[in-house]
Design a protein around this ligand. Sequence first.
Ligand SMILES: C[S@@+](CC[C@H](N)C(=O)[O-])C[C@H]1O[C@@H](n2cnc3c(N)ncnc32)[C@H](O)[C@@H]1O
Length: 209
Amino acid sequence: MAVVVSTSPTLELPKHLDSLIGQTVPRERRALAALAKAAPPRMCIVEVGTFCGQLAISMAWGSAQGNKIPIYAVDPHTTFTGRVDTGEVYGPCDMYEMYKNLANQPPEIATLVYCVAVPSAVAAARWPPYSVALLVIDALHDTSSTKTVFHDWAHTLTSGSRVAFHDTNYDSVVQAIQELQDEGVQLTALYTPSRSLTIYDYRITEKVP
Ligand SMILES: C[S@@+](CC[C@H](N)C(=O)[O-])C[C@H]1O[C@@H](n2cnc3c(N)ncnc32)[C@H](O)[C@@H]1O
């Protein structure tokens, strides 16, 4: 059966955001900013793997036009090498870049972004249940890590939460989503703003006694 994917929502963003260091393309940022704008009040947005904050800041511009809910940018910013083929190296200098990028935003935007400089699992373990309207997963991209991040944060989601997986052009990420669905996790593809971003609707699975 063909998967029906709706046209992605989009929100125009200030041009200066395009010049920040980051690993998303403009239409991905515009789509996630639109979802941030539409997110319900008293919830929050979590990005796992924030790097220099370009996407988190873009979502803050969206949230500022909506219910002004916080964006939690989770990233330990410890030194490690990402994909070997691309030679990506991450580390504390990204945290410096992120603070610099935040300091260059208007206060009403910068103050919507909270930097959470611990590994995803540590943050997720203390996170309140049913509080995340939009979860963006963009840390390590192997199948096992992608699934672990989802499982760690699953209790924070509620029916109608959106889950955005970045790098769905990698087989490993597609495999992770497939395995989650095979486990019974209700993730339904909603939007594919680009070949590397897929946004899902999440539903809490009713437990049959
Ligand atoms: C692909 S980059 C993120 C790109 C970013 N979302 C953007 O839009 O530019 C991956 C990031 O994941 C972070 N990371 C690695 N392990 C992590 C973990 N356990 N928890 C949270 N972030 C992690 C790395 O420090 C790195 O900054």
